[in-house]
Design a binder for this molecule. Structure first.
Ligand code: C6P
Length: 415
């Protein structure tokens, strides 16, 4: 299959594609070309079977039941935690908090750490390309505490130089929170260097890894951050399961975000004490099938090989940028490679929503809109863009299908 051999990379795309039954379907009578992976990826049978296996064989609540099913469910849930920890290079599985998604993970840090510790005049440093999930919670906490938001500058192509942090770091900087990979520009940020500089002034570092963990080898110890957030559904795992990884000592110094079952040690009528980490942040019955499905996704990614996957997606992204760049009237946003596995663009004279609709008629699924990054759209001087985003199963033939469909859309709209 094109893509597996065109660039000589090791990834066996044909066999990988066979693990995704949904890729066999047709849309509007045409083969599905799914290029909306930054929104959510498709799921391989391994993940579907793992999730279903919980309900078929050992469904029970975890950490509570004194019966075989409960013990099996607990072992699977805690085993998933250990697998996810190993996948991101975390030495201690207690640093893995299972939540709903990256959004909830980022909110947890903002609320449980930020609201308690920020004071009026303290500064939170972000970038102008943050997804709303890593912007709005900080705005809310800043409003409550009187802290101030500051923004690292991007260069004209949307790349982030670590010196941009120095320009806004100050004695009141308490938090530096930024994306590892922009879901719009594809910018990869210099995480380790930013964390090193932030740590030097005693600031907390929070990395939004929603668009990096599925695409690049990520090692939290090497990155040197305090917190890292990502979603299962963008990395071939189920929806409804996400992860906050935190340095255990940071998690320990925080109070819980939600109160309820599981997160307590002892409860009196008037007060309660907290369970150990990570349980004090996992109030209520957790998403056990989701966690087990996520562990299956991690095993799937490991078997594919993150290095090979990253090389395949990088080649595909470069190919897409080259092909799109030859179409008259196409503007591509973001820095040149190396960059994330997505290409955001506009076609002169065609609204991105209209483009997405016409492409859909040809079976090509892309995303159009503001991508939950409205301030960035304003900075780019547009209200919306189109975006093609790639996964390990995509091929150069699919990029060709995308480009052919764009050419026909241009003709249709006389653009
Ligand atoms: N971006 C996109 O199409 P959730 O919704 O919590 O799983 O992920 C939030 C999120 C956080 N950070 C970044 C960088 C993201 O890209 C996303 C999700 C999707 O671009 C849906 S808006």
């Amino acid at each position: 299959m094109a893509g597996s051999t065109a660039h000589g990379e090791a990834l066996d795309v044909s066999s990988l594609r066979a693990r995704f039954p949904i890729l066999e379907r047709r849309v509007h009578g045409r083969p599905l070309v799914y290029l909306d992976n930054a929104a959510t990826t498709q799921k391989p049978v391994e993940v579907l079977e793992a999730e279903q296996g919980v309900y078929l064989r050992y469904n029970a609540n975890v950490h509570r039941a004194i019966h075989a099913l409960g013990e099996e469910a607990t072992a699977a849930y805690e085993g998933a935690r250990a697998q996810v920890a190993a996948f991101i290079g975390a030495r201690d599985p207690r640093g893995i908090v299972f939540l709903r998604n990256a959004t909830e993970a980022l909110n947890l840090v903002a609320w449980a750490w930020g609201r308690r510790r920020l004071r009026a005049g303290d500064e939170i440093v972000l970038t102008p390309m943050e997804h709303h999930s890593n912007l709005v919670p900080w705005q809310m906490v800043a409003r409550e505490t009187g802290a101030r938001l500051r923004f690292m500058a991007l260069d004209e192509r949307g790349a982030l130089d670590p010196d941009a942090l120095d320009a806004v770091l100050g004695p009141r900087t308490r938090v530096v929170a930024f994306t590892h990979c922009s879901n719009v520009l594809g910018t990869i940020t210099p995480v380790a260097e930013l964390c090193r500089r932030a740590r030097a002034v005693g600031a907390l570092t929070v990395v939004d890894a929603a668009q990096s963990v599925p695409h690049l080898p990520v090692d939290v110890e090497a990155l040197g951050c305090d917190f890292l957030a990502f979603s299962g559904h963008k990395m071939y795992g189920p929806m409804g399961i996400g992860v906050l990884w935190g340095q255990p000592r940071r998690l320990e110094e925080m109070d819980p975000f939600l109160g309820g079952g599981e997160m307590i040690l002892r409860v009196e009528l008037e007060e309660a004490t907290w369970n150990a980490i990570p349980y004090k942040f996992e109030a209520g019955t957790p998403n056990v099938p989701g966690a087990v499905g996520l562990a299956a996704a991690v095993a799937f990614l490991r078997a594919a090989g993150m290095e090979a996957l990253a090389a395949h997606e990088a080649a595909l992204t470069t190919y897409a940028m080259e092909r799109l760049g030859t179409i008259p009237g196409v503007t591509i946003y973001g820095p040149p490679a190396p960059r994330g596995a997505l290409v955001t663009f506009n076609v002169e004279g065609v609204h991105p929503h209209d483009l997405a609709q016409v492409l859909d008629q040809e079976g090509v699924a892309i995303r159009a809109g503001h991508h939950c990054a409205q301030p960035l759209m304003r900075r780019l001087g547009v209200v919306a863009t189109a975006r093609a985003s790639f996964a390990l199963y995509n091929t150069t033939a699919e990029v060709d299908a995308l480009c052919g469909a764009i050419e026909r859309a241009r003709e249709f709209f006389h653009a």
